[in-house]
Design a protein around this ligand. Structure first.
Ligand code: HEC
Length: 158
């Protein structure tokens, strides 16, 4: 058992050192060649750009709140936040109908996929309140963030 703990600790230490090095290079090595920006520019009317970016800040805060409540064991609260702030119930909240008409199809699909993933997460988190199994909850959270990452990789507003 003790050997196993030592191995796990060594792997973790090695892993985080690699990550630290990678982050360091990412942030400070400005001489490194930068990959060309292949994201598609999407032209929104100026007020909608600001509105959308403000929504994005809300999205990030929502993820933080969800993680906080999961850490506290409040799966029901995490579920409710996910559904109302990011899920299918949030479409009115963010003025989705108005902005979606300026989005190319792929961007609309990414948005829809995010809302669906959040609604699925809400159900999974609620179930975890009964089963006590958090693994599917974290997988569901990763599915939500995968949609953030996917859309960001494909599109820009500025
Ligand atoms: C449908 C596409 C899409 C989805 C889904 C999406 N975003 Fe964004 N997000 C964007 C675009 C486009 C920008 C602007 C990027 C740019 O112009 O450089 C952006 C910018 C941001 C920014 C920076 C805001 C600023 O002031 O510059 C944050 C933070 C952010 N998103 C968080 C999130 C989070 C968290 C999620 C998932 C919960 C998410 N986004 C999901 C499209 C999306």
């Amino acid at each position: 058992m003790r050997v196993l703990v030592a191995i796990v600790a060594a792997v973790l230490a090695g892993g985080s050192a690699t990550i630290a090095v990678a982050q360091h290079q990412h942030h400070h090595d400005t001489s490194a060649p930068v990959a060309p920006d292949s994201r598609q520019f999407v032209k929104f009317p100026a007020p909608l750009v600001e509105h959308t970016l403000a929504n994005m800040h809300d999205h990030l805060q929502t993820l933080q709140e969800i993680q906080f409540h999961l850490a506290m064991g409040h799966t029901d609260v995490a579920a409710k936040i996910a559904e109302t702030q990011l899920g299918m119930s949030s479409l009115g909240l963010h003025g989705a109908a108005e902005v979606s008409k300026y989005m190319p199809q792929g961007m609309q699909d990414a948005g829809t996929a995010m809302h669906r993933a959040a609604s699925r997460f809400a159900i999974t988190a609620q179930e975890a309140g009964v089963t006590g199994d958090l693994k599917p909850v974290f997988a569901g959270l990763a599915e939500i963030t995968a949609q953030c990452v996917g859309c960001h990789a494909g599109y820009r507003l500025k």
